[in-house]
Ligand binder design. Sequence first.
Ligand code: PLP
Length: 392
Amino acid sequence: MYDEEGRRYLDFFAGAGALNYGHNHPDLRQPLMDYLESGAVVHALDMQTPAKRSFLEKFDELILKPRGLDYRVQFPGPAGANAVEAALKLARKVTGREHIISFTNAFHGMTLGALAVTGNSMKRGGAGVPLSYSTPAPYDDYFDGETPDFLWLERVLSDSGSGVEHPAAVIVETVQGEGGLNAGRASWLRELSDLCDRHEMLLIVDDVQAGCGRTGTFFSFEDAGIVPDIVCLSKSLSGYGLPMAITLLKPELDIWEPGEHNGTFRGYNPAFVTATAALERFWSDDVLAKEVVVKAQQIGDGLTDIVEGRPDAQVRGRGLLVGIAFDDAGASEKVATAAFERGLLVETSGPEGEVVKLMPALTTDPDDLRQGLEILDDAVTTVVGSVAGERA
Ligand code: PLP
């Protein structure tokens, strides 16, 4: 990116995950320009259009079928929070229950339903009303390995005296993008899925940030081998930063009445056009997916080098959704500022903003990744000092 003075920045922020394929990718821009030039319909509410049909066909052909997944596709409003609200409402409607289990440090969006399953107290405070019908459970490794996984959840769900009502669903992020880059292990996710089956709760995976290839597979839960009942996608779905979201639901859950969950901007056809182009360009083969694995290794190694010898800093995350957590929460903001001054855009994450978060486009050149890591290393050294004994 370049600012008005022509200064060059490497963008390791990528629109908070909305730009997995980078800014203005030419293979997506051209179909968009062609579509607009053609005068085809831009706004179509929830009506059928050729652009929407093409997206649905490609999504089925390139994403769902090859993974053996059978989902209905719902178009809620275009933001991630819209996909989450649709998921929560549907889970409640299907089960006839009100309660949702969420996780510590979760982030699901800023609308009231999504905030009720979000952990961050500052964001929750903005609601202005009590946030209810949800209970947070400890996320993977919340107790630093001291407590067996799901000890609390399993117990309260099995105990009619626990005071926790039988939930409609559990909502989970496989990597907590906003909540500090905590990554749920595949075995933990499998256990969660099994627990949902045993206690007859729907499993909702919020893949708004970790999906669309960010962790190396299209859906972030593929490695775990689980099949959620409901999946939320948005951010990089359109591939071009255009607003678009979908909620995927198992066919038997589709009990919506027509118009029961509507919204004006569910049919933004330019987003369907770029989304289809993105699927064709990046998901017709496994080239991108393989590249992400290699780049994730490169960036993981780079971060490991940066924290080496720094007991007050740890590497967090998975795939290309990674960063460094500092024991001194204030350090991360300073590192982000120092990185910005050196031409690197990064975000902070976590309840105290204690994590410097890297989320480069999946298409980032390995040389740009290297440069970004060098800038980050320099920024960390400037802010928290060089490591005693100096690294080579
Ligand atoms: N869910 C997750 C996991 C997110 O990371 C976000 C946004 O960062 C949302 C939902 C909300 O998306 P939006 O800001 O588009 O409403």
